[in-house]
Design a protein around this ligand. Structure first.
Ligand SMILES: NC(=O)c1ccc[n+]([C@@H]2O[C@H](COP(=O)([O-])OP(=O)(O)OC[C@H]3O[C@@H](n4cnc5c(N)ncnc54)[C@H](O)[C@@H]3O)[C@@H](O)[C@H]2O)c1
Length: 443
């Protein structure tokens, strides 16, 4: 039996080391989420190990090379030279850590069920190296209950008790890659621990680098809140996508309608239509919530409907391209179509789940002579074809029969595009200012 003093001294010791920045931190998964977090902790003097199983990523980090647009090589080099950041693929280093953050991917299976493979393998590696006094925080987006139902038993199986021997919490990551206004430091961080002390220790950790930390009542609340945030976006984007189709039928400009509604100072939060949804979060996360709700006997409807509407948008865009070409007496087959943007959102290189991929695949299937421009994405695989990006210059644009704006990267010269292309299909309202200079079809 451990004495009350012994239990208290473990948490006190950890608390002191968090405040003094002497705790050793390991971040598992050096992706869009884990890497910026690791760099931020290393900057303020914590000793941070960045664990990454992808050897290519690990080698890049060791050389001080960033593969994430929001971080420069100099950001990585700074903390490596400072001696506070150590990238490695050696999971045994977890035994040296006082704090472990899990930032691994949480994809979906083909059946749209959660795929927790990466959380499970990270959890196993942590369990193998678990020791008393460690704080473990899951940051990967997942369904309510993952921290307590999956990770907690894996660790307690080792004969240790949460809140006494080790500490466990969930803290959702809200980073928005490519957003210059918000980064790790100024996005409010939610923390929900399995016990009160778990919450307190986790909150103290983040308070060392984040301007505002909010303690919530449980890990489940923290897990569910992240899914609510992303389901909210998915459903509202779907509503605007449907509104854009309704407006087409009614011959009203949906973008004008949204701008007009957004003048209301309360009760309306503008969302915008687009070619579909992409990235690692919005298309996936709501299905984590559905899956868990279904297990408890409730079939969510909003999530399914939003997924259906958003998922149909790439076909709607192709219909618009077909209509636009048809107006000029052309068919998709044989027409030169230039896609602007492969990434799922502006000014980032991430093209996971990007609707651009599906739009390109359908257009190729329909016989278009297709090329794409994206300064952030040099190459993509579309079906069986490998496509290399071309530059969106006057030559490329003026040779096209139709240019389709899928991603509104800031790098594109929209005035030139409208002037030089015979037809523009714009799914992002990016060319609005120049619409009078050419022939633009808006979503
Ligand atoms: N990308 C975003 O904008 C964003 C925003 C908020 C939350 N999230 C969530 O954060 C989590 C991570 O997302 P991401 O975009 O950073 O993913 P990512 O794919 O960019 O990075 C995850 C990294 O983890 C590595 N990895 C996988 N299993 C590992 C293991 N067992 N040990 C060590 N490394 C391992 C992968 O090789 C990869 O480099 C996901 O749950 C995601 O939903 C992502």
């Amino acid at each position: 039996m451990k004495s009350v003093d012994e239990k208290a001294s473990l948490s006190e010791e950890l608390m002191e080391s968090l405040k003094a920045h002497t705790a050793k931190i390991a971040v598992v998964g050096m992706g869009y989420v884990g890497l910026p977090m690791a760099v931020e902790f290393a900057r303020v003097g914590f000793d941070v190990t960045g664990l990454e199983v992808d050897q290519r990523r690990c080698k890049s980090l060791c050389k001080g090379e960033s593969y994430i647009a929001d971080l420069q090589n100099s950001d990585i080099l700074e903390v490596i030279h400072q001696g506070s950041f150590h990238p490695t693929s050696d999971l045994n280093t977890l035994r040296d850590a006082d704090v472990i953050l899990i930032c691994v991917p949480t994809p979906l299976r083909k059946s749209k069920d959660p795929d927790l493979t990466a959380i499970l393998s990270a959890g196993e590696a942590i369990a193998e190296n678990l020791h008393r006094g460690q704080l473990i925080i899951l940051e990967s987006t997942t369904y309510p209950g993952t921290t307590e139902e999956i990770l907690l038993p894996m660790f307690e199986e080792k004969g240790v008790r949460v809140g006494e021997d080790f500490f466990l919490a969930f803290s959702p990551e809200r980073i928005d890659p490519g957003n210059p206004q918000f980064s790790v430091k100024n996005i409010t961080k939610l923390v929900g621990g399995v016990t009160r002390m778990c919450t307190e220790l986790s909150a103290t950790l983040y308070e060392q680098i984040v301007s505002k930390v909010v303690r919530v009542s449980s890990a489940r609340v923290a897990e569910a809140s992240k899914l609510l945030e992303n389901t909210f976006r998915s459903v509202n984007i779907a509503l605007m996508n449907e509104m854009s189709i309704i407006c087409k039928h009614l011959d009203v400009d949906v973008w004008d309608v949204i701008d007009a509604a957004a003048t209301k100072p309360f009760g309306f939060l503008p969302h915008y239509p687009g070619p579909g949804i992409g990235g690692h979060c919005i298309p996936l996360d709501p299905h984590y919530l559905s899956w868990k709700a279904r297990l408890s006997g409730y079939e969510p409807r909003f999530i399914a409907l939003a997924s259906e509407i958003n998922g149909a948008m790439p076909h709607h865009v192709v219909d618009l391209v077909s209509e636009a070409l048809n107006d000029s007496g052309k068919a998709i087959r044989g027409s030169k179509v230039v896609i602007l943007g492969a990434a799922y959102k502006p000014n980032v290189s991430d093209f996971r789940e990007s609707p651009s991929m599906e739009i390109m695949e359908i257009l190729i299937h329909k016989g278009a002579k297709l090329s794409y421009c994206d300064p952030y994405v040099p190459e993509v695989k579309v079906g069986n074809d490998i496509l290399t990006a071309v530059v969106a210059n006057e030559c490329t644009i003026s040779e096209a029969d139709c240019v389709v704006v899928i991603t509104n990267h800031r790098d594109f010269d929209y005035e030139m595009i409208v002037r030089k292309s015979p037809i523009v299909v714009d799914t992002r309202n990016a060319t609005r200012k120049f619409a009078d200079l050419g022939k633009v079809y808006f979503l």
